[in-house]
Unconditional design. Structure first.
Lengths: 422, 489
């Protein structure tokens, strides 16, 4: 059997994309999931705060996932669990997906379109090369989240957290509620890398100190971690001598960034963006290979699942259009990261596929106060978005109406952070 | 009463045990650690050196090239990943070229095959990513890269297959010579043996001092390393050494046998057991590696670690001269295999043969061959290396091979179960990682370590919080159940 759309990953992006593709007329849709259940990382996110944008209510991760899983089952979309994709190749009209699982063994699946929704992984202590020993008790925050919320086991009692990413903040609260003592959250940057609401609800409410411009300079303990040396850093992020402080702990959590999981994407030959570590995508999340789409954290790391689901709807639409032969491939605009902007997604827009507007997701490079984000085509200002405060941790959603863009024939859309005109 | 007790289950002790198992002998292999090959064998450059460095008059010069040639067969017998990728010692100026010529001549004396001095163009044709400043190199086609963990685990396994007894967590604290045998004290039990082979790595001097007057002293010299993601694995095709100095072979850039890239090591004297990495030294490695390989993508680093060399101190004790110490000590029946630093890994097949045939055998009258000796281990199936058809077949036979546990390295549950259930099998998360690479990839066990803990707990029939990362008791991963889990229970 040849599928219309096969989706690699049954997390929030994959579920939403599958639902949309099916609704938009793709008949044979299949979800491949490597874990033992659908829902992806949401299953271990038992805190609430999910779904405010999508459902106007606060849901837990599993509840949020459940809503989409229901839609998937209601629409009769089949899925395979405990199934690992080993390889994806593009043979023009058909994509070939090599998968394994215990029941069916080694299987080769063919599909007209593929949506990549593999999500992301955590940056590790190895990647940031903290000096010191390599004892037990050093974890990424997400791994600990799994141990605590899914396996029911605590990793330790005296905790230090490096990095103020959202998972780390959430785990600071979670471990405190489980009776552990969180000594400090150290953040290398002079600003937090998590959402403001998480700083307030997970640290401030529990009197957990957030040490900005601080890093860990040594891991002590040969067998199990016994403590960390923490030092202040200057504006160039160099350690300031003499500021070192020893904090005893039996657990170190890292929440120092997320990296899109694009190994399959790269092997398949999809064009990548160095800034996002994801593929270059169009307005319907089409990649450089016709018929391959990508959405969610595998394209760029989102801070709210609601926007993952929103983006996945675009990919679902795109894949369905592609299968029906109605997807336009002529790129009208490309986006450019101007001053203050670290990335913009999508990187390309084919205007014929746009319905009412295009939402550009972007992140700023540093903290800005009272600035605007401006969009230019040539030297024409086409749209403006005012923000009281721009934080690298908080994604900017910049919607531009189709009518506005349609006034320009083609070219580059350049996004820039600028002083607000008074 | 054992015929022979070997102290230290690193590559030296394990390999000698395996060579001794060719004979009908009662052999016990003791180690203080919770796994074989868990110290020096675990953290090094993983290189099978060609053998042109050490002078021919030294044991290092005598055994290196011979050991190298034996690697193809032993890695075949023991099912260990090994690749003869060749090595280049690169020169940046005419002074270094003079050193290259000296190494070439020394290599010929040591019997290193295929050595060739390359011109600049030839070097860059072979290795396009090396610095333009490099003006020539010594090429050694026999140099190779190996997985030292898998080698040591399989050597120990093969020794056990052939009758050797392995006792881990048996730290030797005292040795008494009693008449014509030795009484060895460990935390758990006392062990009697007629002969003792001291292969205690960095602690071989301390162990020897339990029975004899010191005549050598070992100095720990630390080397820091970085490992890069497989995406950077093909930056070089062969092992790239700078010109050697009095401090050693210098900062090398090398592919690993599993397709990653490795750079390191520095060499700084430290206290024994200090395997901490230091920021300064890590920076030093980066700077020096860049001199030969300017395109190193430091963003692709996935791990840094440090290992120790056990260097015999030459200036206080005239007997060593920085060479291997392979001899029956002044204490009769007590054999030292000490100062066993680089090129120890490469030399071990030849050294073990020498220790057994030239040192041990003369001490045991009427030694008989073990008629059941089997030099091969049961092959360890590596899913990633299989063809599509082989993959389909193996999953049909054993569905556990259809379940990927480590996504980054594509390691299946079948492979993890295999390394747990072999002789000298894995008992800890780290020992699983060392044997089959689950957790060795770019996410460093972020996704798979909870699954590995779960599999270990199931197979060893214990609870999750009883599973250790490494050492017994002191390296717990989980401290206990959560409040909510306790309430549910």
């Amino acid at each position: 059997m040849i599928y219309d759309v096969v989706i690699l990953g049954g997390g929030p992006a994959g579920l939403s994309a599958a639902v949309e593709a099916k609704k938009d007329g793709a008949e044979n849709v299949l979800i491949l999931e490597r874990d033992r259940e659908l829902g992806g990382i949401l299953n271990q996110c038992i805190h609430n705060g999910f779904g405010l944008h999508t459902f106007n209510e606060e849901l837990t991760g599993p509840e949020y996932a459940e809503r989409y899983i229901h839609q998937v089952t209601d629409l009769g979309i089949p899925y395979l669990l405990n199934t690992m994709v080993l390889d994806l190749t593009d043979n023009g009209d058909l994509k070939t997906i090599h998968v394994i699982n215990e029941e069916d063994g080694y299987t080769v699946i063919q599909s007209k379109a593929v949506i990549l929704t593999m999500g992301c992984r955590e940056r590790t202590s190895g990647a940031i090369g903290i000096p010191g020993y390599r004892p037990s008790g050093v974890f990424t925050a997400g791994t600990v989240q799994r141990y605590i919320n899914m396996e029911g086991y605590m990793p330790g009692k005296e905790v230090v957290i490096l990095g103020s990413g959202d998972i780390g903040l959430i785990m600071a609260r979670r471990m405190t509620l489980e009776g552990a003592h969180v000594n400090a959250v150290c953040e290398l940057m002079p600003y937090s890398n998590g959402l403001v609401r998480n700083i307030v609800q997970c640290l401030d409410d529990y009197d957990i100190p957030l040490k900005l411009s601080h890093t860990i300079t040594f891991i002590h303990g040969k067998d199990r971690i016994e403590g960390v040396s923490v030092s202040q850093v200057d504006e160039k992020m160099k350690v300031i001598p003499g500021t070192e402080e020893y904090i005893p702990c039996d657990t170190l959590l890292l929440s120092v960034g997320l990296i899109p999981e694009n190994e399959i994407t790269r092997t398949a030959g999809v064009e990548m963006d160095d800034r996002t570590n994801g593929s270059v995508v169009g307005e319907l999340r089409q990649t450089s290979i016709p018929g391959i789409f990508a959405c969610g954290n595998v394209v760029h790391v989102h801070d709210l699942v609601d926007f993952v689901s929103e983006e996945a709807v675009l990919a679902g639409k795109g894949a369905a259009k592609y299968v029906k032969g109605t997807l336009d491939t002529n790129v009208t605009f490309t986006t450019v990261n101007g001053n203050g902007i670290s990335y913009v997604v999508p990187q390309q827009v084919a205007m014929k596929n746009v319905e009412e507007n295009v939402t550009f997701y972007m992140r700023v490079r540093q903290v800005f106060k009272d600035r605007v984000v401006n969009a230019y085509i040539g030297d024409q200002l086409v749209a403006t978005k005012k923000e009281k405060k721009l934080l690298p941790a908080e994604m900017v959603n910049f919607k531009i109406a189709k009518d506005v863009l349609a006034q320009y024939p083609a070219g580059e859309i350049r996004f820039v952070v600028e002083e607000a005109k008074k | 009463m054992y015929d022979i007790a070997i102290i230290g289950a690193g590559i030296a002790g394990s390999y000698i045990a395996r060579e001794l198992s060719r004979y009908k002998l009662d052999i016990v292999l003791l180690d203080g650690e919770n796994d074989v090959g868990n110290q020096i064998t675990m953290a090094n450059s993983a290189i099978v050196h060609a053998g042109f460095d050490a002078p021919a008059y030294k044991l290092k010069g005598k055994f290196n090239a011979v050991g190298n040639i034996m690697y193809g067969k032993i890695c075949d017998d023991l099912d260990v990943p090994f690749k003869r990728c060749g090595s280049l010692v690169v020169a940046h100026d005419e002074f270094e070229m003079a050193t290259i010529h000296d190494l070439y001549k020394n290599g010929l004396k040591n019997g290193v095959p295929g050595l060739k001095i390359l011109f600049k163009e030839e070097v860059h044709a072979m290795e396009p990513n090396l610095s333009e400043d490099i003006c020539g190199a010594l090429y050694a086609p026999t140099a190779g890269i190996v997985s030292p963990f898998e080698l040591c685990a399989h050597v120990a396994e093969n020794a056990i297959d052939n009758g050797v007894t392995l006792k881990l967590n048996h730290m030797v604290t005292a040795i008494n010579k009693v008449d014509d045998y030795f009484n060895i004290t460990t935390a758990d039990e006392n062990i009697d043996a007629k002969l003792v082979i001291n292969a205690a790595g960095l602690y071989a001097d301390d162990v020897y001092e339990m029975v004899g007057e010191p005549y050598f002293k070992l100095l720990a010299r630390k080397g820091n390393y970085f490992i890069f993601d497989k995406e950077a694995g093909s930056l070089v095709n062969s092992v790239i050494f700078p010109c050697p100095s009095k401090n050693g072979k210098g900062i090398l850039v090398s592919p690993t046998v599993h397709g990653n890239l490795l750079i390191g090591p520095d060499a700084s004297p430290v206290d024994k057991g200090d395997v901490s990495t230091t920021g300064e030294q890590l920076d030093y490695i980066k700077a020096n590696a860049l001199k030969n390989c300017p395109a190193l993508p430091f963003k692709k680093i996935i791990r840094s670690y440090a290992g120790l060399r056990n260097t015999p101190v030459a200036d206080t004790f005239t007997t060593t001269d920085g060479d291997f110490i392979l001899e029956e000590s002044p204490v009769k029946g007590f054999i030292n295999v000490a100062g066993y630093e680089s090129p120890g890994l490469t030399s071990i097949p030849a050294v073990a043969h020498y220790v057994v045939e030239e040192i041990v055998k003369p001490l045991i009258p009427n030694i008989e061959s073990n008629p059941n000796f089997n030099p091969k281990v049961r092959p360890h199936l590596r899913f990633e290396e299989l063809s599509d058809e082989e993959r389909a077949d193996i999953i049909k036979k054993d569905p556990k091979y259809g379940k990927v546990i480590c996504r980054c390295e594509t390691i299946t549950e079948g492979e993890i179960l295999d390394v747990i259930h072999r002789n000298a099998g894995a008992r800890t998360v780290k020992s699983v990682k060392k044997r089959c690479r689950a957790g060795m990839g770019r996410c460093q066990g972020g996704f798979c370590s909870p699954r590995v803990v779960e599999i270990l707990a199931r197979e060893l029939n214990c609870s999750l919080d009883e599973i250790m990362y490494d050492q017994q008791d002191s390296t717990y991963i989980l401290s206990g159940q959560t409040k909510s889990a306790k309430e549910e229970a």
